[in-house]
Design a protein around this ligand. Sequence first.
Ligand code: OGA
Ligand code: MN
Length: 284
Amino acid sequence: MKVKRLAHGLGAEVTGLDLRTDIPASTVADIRAAWLQHQVLVFPGQDIPPESHIAFSAKFGEVDPVSFAPRFRHPDHPEILVISNKPQKGKQSETRNNGRQWHSDTSFRLAPGTGSLLHCLELPDFGGDTMFTNMYMAYDTLSDVMKKMLEDLWAVHDSTNTKDARNRPPEVLKELRKINPLVAQPVVRVHPETGRKALYVSEGQTTHIVGMTDEESTAILQFLFAHSVEPEFIYRHRWSQHDIVMWDNRCAMHLAVRYDMTKPRHMHRTTLRGEPSGYLYQAQ
Ligand code: OGA
Ligand code: MN
């Protein structure tokens, strides 16, 4: 296995592996170490069936059967979330605009997913990229005064906050809110494996800072959202068919860049269950 860095911000490419095969424990440990170090790993050329995608994912934790959004489950593989712009069951796909704002997957859960593994099955000739940003760097580059102010703050995360989610039919919003009640998460999260601090707020899913007025909260969050996506923190992935990209949601955010949606783009995602980091938020 070879690991090659892809950007100043984060990301590395991992080659020399066939993810259809049973990867030995020592290699899994090497991949895990590379994942913790680089936050985003790209495995190119993995023309593998869903069973192998799921089995490989399971080497890194328990695969969540899309408990946070069962309606987007793959009909034959409950562990897979389908992100596609192709009609599903004869209707326009509900996931065609997933991830258009910066976010960390399932940050709106009490125990957000540690990682996500996205497999590209079909893509346009150009466009349909995914961007990633390094939230350790975003934290590290704040002033000591700002770090101190953020230290003990909590912020509310809402699965239905994204512009895309807000456009969904009311019954879908109701379902998603019921499955995912509001939670508060630390604004600065300590990564349970690396011990490093990372910013943990996102434009897509964070609505306000607990205890602040709307004016205070908006001003600070707007600054943090903008600061989190400074160009030097970012890796932009231009997909090739059969890439698997595995990222760490505890210290990276991502965004699905808009493109010409008349061209098919079809992806499968697995999500790894994580440890509790938040508490149930009761609106005042
Ligand atoms: C995701 C997501 C990005 C993309 O899979 O979690 O946000 O580019 N997708 O499809
Ligand atoms: Mn996502």
